[in-house]
Design a protein around this ligand. Structure first.
Ligand SMILES: Cc1cc2nc3c(=O)[nH]c(=O)nc-3n(C[C@H](O)[C@H](O)[C@H](O)COP(=O)(O)O)c2cc1C
Length: 481
């Protein structure tokens, strides 16, 4: 990427104008532009809890960067069911509201150099059967994850895959059979949304993608024996009962201007899981309830992490339209949905890392808003510095062109390098961790480093700063309940 001294081309100007255009949501709130910082677990701290100083610094940087919406990393509604030991949680303690309020103020602050502050959404989440006791250390290894079924993720076929999945999930998940337990989960989601509103956040996003609990409820593979939940109208499909109760609960307990969003898979990309036909039916039904302001489209689960591909962002593909992972799905779905503000705005996330591609996705209505994940860890000011910067020529406004030093070595060592039967989850994890470490760097006031070797990240950012200094005591308290 190079800064040009020449005047921007008409094409650049048109694209920038389109991406900069505001969008009104069904609840009346206006998104200042079309760029969304997608939800990314920040990797800061240890043992759960509300945002820390590192989160404040990181979100301040994003807030200055010209994003239209900033979505937080997954905040887990149950502190014993984490996706990572660094996840945000919402303990019932007065300091929780205080910390989330501080974070919202850091983003909405009035002296921001950008003309309009971004909207801030809290992604609320439950990892379901993918919560690994071994990795997240929030419960003893023999305590199961919970899910609609009894299972453990299949990370790949063969003995190496068997080994990894049994190390990460020593026990299969415990199936939830009791309606009261489902209603308790509904309550936790609704309480989290109420807290977010009290803390000054603009809304919440329900994480119903990537094989997490709400996605497991939608999938025929992980929820084969769906039972009705109480107080749901008869015409609501069984598989949507859980989402309906949560959305209804949030709707009844928050103001109209509080944004309700959901992230769903267009496909699970696993045999027997949710497919594109089922997903488009689900989305059409969700839209028909008129409860949602935003729907984000992603895809994949831990067994098949499509949301993390391509693992190496450096693309040798000259045809940029093929970098957008799920655009074929949204392009065929969107003509049947009312455009915002009559219907929810659609965010498309995954591989949309250059201005031209972002603009063409909006022009062709593959989406109304574009979600950007990984590059936002390296370029917190990505919208204002690159995508919306008229000094950056069209062909240079590309942010995905980097390789992770040492990642190939790690993938080989961990059995993930073979494109056929390598463990995709490990490959995705290698990339995800490196990006988390970049966010940790911003959090402690240091610039991200695109040349950081993976092993240096593991030793310095992870082991030293987040594990050793991030609060082993906090983790111990969390484990002891
Ligand atoms: C470090 C990291 C953490 C992530 N954490 C979350 C998360 O908490 N919730 C979520 O829905 N997606 C999460 N994702 C997936 C991103 O939101 C996004 O869907 C994915 O990175 C694809 O977008 P991209 O190609 O622009 O990176 C994460 C991705 C990364 C790289």
């Amino acid at each position: 990427m190079a800064v040009a001294n020449v005047a921007p081309s008409t094409e650049s100007q048109d694209d920038i104008e389109l991406i900069s255009s505001p969008l009104t949501l069904p609840n009346g709130l206006v998104v200042p532009n079309r760029l969304v910082k997608a939800a990314m677990a920040e990797g800061i701290g240890l043992g759960g809890g509300p945002p820390r100083e590192g989160h404040m610094n990181l979100y301040r940087r994003w807030a200055e960067g010209g994003w239209g919406i900033i979505i937080s990393g997954n905040a887990q509604i149950d502190p014993r069911q984490l996706a990572s030991p660094h996840d945000l949680t919402l303990p019932s303690h007065p300091s929780t509201l205080k910390a989330y309020t501080r974070l919202a103020s850091a983003v909405h602050r009035h002296d921001s150099p950008t003309p309009s502050a971004p909207l801030l959404l809290m992604q609320i989440s439950h990892p379901g059967l993918q919560s690994s006791a071994t990795i997240n250390l929030s419960r003893w290894p023999w305590e199961s994850a919970i899910a609609p079924c009894s299972d453990r993720p299949t990370v790949s076929e063969g003995p190496v895959g068997w080994f990894w999945s049994h190390v990460m999930w020593p026990t299969k998940s415990r199936p939830i059979v009791d309606t009261t337990e489902w209603l308790e989960i509904v309550k936790r989601f609704v309480d989290a949304a109420v807290l977010a509103e009290k803390a000054g956040w603009d809304g919440v996003q329900l994480h119903s993608a990537h094989g997490y609990l709400l996605a497991e409820y939608l999938s025929p593979l992980t929820n084969p024996d769906t039972k009705p939940l109480p107080d749901v109208p008869k015409d609501i499909p069984l598989r949507l009962h859980l989402l309906y109760l949560i959305l209804k609960g949030i709707h009844q307990n928050t103001e109209k201007r509080f944004i309700k969003a959901v992230k769903v898979n267009c496909s699970d990309f696993v045999q027997g899981g949710l497919d594109e036909t089922q997903s488009s039916e689900i989305i059409k039904t969700l839209v028909s309830w008129s409860l949602l302001d935003i729907i984000e489209i992603s895809g994949g689960t831990y067994s098949s992490p499509a949301f993390a591909s391509p693992e190496s962002l450096k693309s040798s593909n000259p045809n940029p339209s093929r970098q957008s992972l799920f655009a074929h799905f949204t392009t065929s779905l969107l003509p049947s949905l009312p455009p915002p503000p009559d219907g929810p705005a659609i965010i498309l996330t995954g591989g949309l890392h250059d201005r031209q591609l972002i603009a063409s996705s909006l022009k062709e209505r593959a989406c109304d808003l574009v979600g950007i994940g990984r590059p936002a860890c390296l370029y917190p000011h990505l919208p204002s510095d690159i995508i919306l910067n008229p000094k950056i020529q069209e062909g240079d406004a590309v942010v995905g062109g980097y390789r992770i030093p040492g990642s190939e070595l790690m993938k080989t060592l961990l059995g993930a390098s073979n494109p056929k039967n390598g463990i995709k989850l490990v490959g995705a994890g290698v990339s995800t961790l490196w990006h988390e470490w970049q966010m940790c760097r911003i959090g402690r006031g240091v610039e991200p480093d695109v040349n950081m070797h993976w092993l240096r990240g593991a030793m310095v950012e992870e082991m030293w700063y987040e594990v050793m200094r991030g609060g082993p005591l906090n983790w111990w308290r969390c484990l002891m309940g």
